[in-house]
Design a protein. Structure first.
Length: 277
């Protein structure tokens, strides 16, 4: 389904809810229910830069600009919230999505990647791979009928990778096919907080912020994950939400299969349906 159609569906839901007022409690159910499952589509615009050093440091490659990646990509998104304590103040949140892209391009200049030089004018294929699983434990310090404020600790678990493949020139002057690929698993702990406000029994406005910067033996990095959102409760246990995600990851990697750097930033709308109970 195209993004335009999703927007139409999002605007249509309030009309479908007329006549259902008696099914919605005065306190918004998103602020008090124990479980919420949220699924939908994320349409981010992004920029990716990668450096893969061989025996000596190489230049950083802007994959979007160099290989002409699409400006936007639609991907599936899944989230689970579980208030597991008796008073419903402690909550576990988990979410997952991935962003992958590949394209073929004629190189505008020489590119060195993992000690291999892909020459200007050569026709190559390149791609990036990014998957995120977020796990977060939080506590609601303020829990009132219309307000919810909390903070906690968690981790962003990243699987990142990049590759370039094409013909390269050997020392003898011959052309041969070469593929160079790097990948890494990056667990980055984070602190975060959230605030939700229900101005009406059907509406919830909110925002969430995750942040951290860390240096460990094999990697160092930092991240920002910011998500303002609005939710509309169609029925007692079903609703629709619109988020706008801002995400930035900067990681310096020093592993056997990848010595270099990975940087990604993306932002865009996230349109989801959710069930809460």
């Amino acid at each position: 389904m195209s993004l335009t159609k999703w927007r139409f569906v999002f605007l249509l839901f309030p009309l479908l809810s007329f006549g259902q007022k008696d099914t919605i409690p005065e306190t918004h159910s998103l602020l008090i229910d124990r479980f919420k499952v949220k699924a939908g589509v994320f349409v981010p615009a992004r920029n990716v830069a990668v450096r893969a050093d061989g025996s000596s440091p190489n230049e950083e490659i802007d994959f979007d600009e160099t290989f002409g990646f699409a400006d936007n990509e639609t991907t599936f998104f899944l989230q689970l919230d579980w208030r597991f304590s008796r008073n419903k103040k402690w909550m576990f949140s988990g979410e997952y999505f991935n962003v992958n892209n590949a394209n073929r391009a004629t190189l505008p200049r020489d590119i060195e990647f993992e000690d291999v030089i892909f020459e200007e004018g050569s026709f190559v294929r390149a791609g990036v791979e990014f998957a995120l699983f977020r796990a977060f434990f939080s506590y609601a310090f303020i829990k009132k009928p219309k307000h919810l404020l909390g903070a906690g600790l968690g981790s962003h678990l990243f699987q990142v990778g990049a590759f370039i493949e094409g013909e390269v020139r050997t020392n003898q002057g011959d052309l041969e096919f070469e593929k160079k690929r790097v990948s890494a698993f990056l667990p980055l702990p984070n602190v975060g907080g959230y605030y939700y406000f229900s101005p009406h029994e059907r509406w919830v406005l909110g925002a969430r912020v995750d942040w951290f910067g860390i240096t460990v033996d094999e990697y160092s990095g930092g991240l920002w994950n910011i998500a303002p959102n609005v939710s509309f409760q169609i029925f007692r246990n079903f609703g629709v939400a619109l988020d706008y995600r801002f995400f930035f990851l900067n990681a310096k990697i020093a592993q056997d299969n990848w010595n270099g750097r990975f940087e990604m930033d993306f932002s865009g709308p996230l349109i989801t349906l959710y069930a809460n109970f």
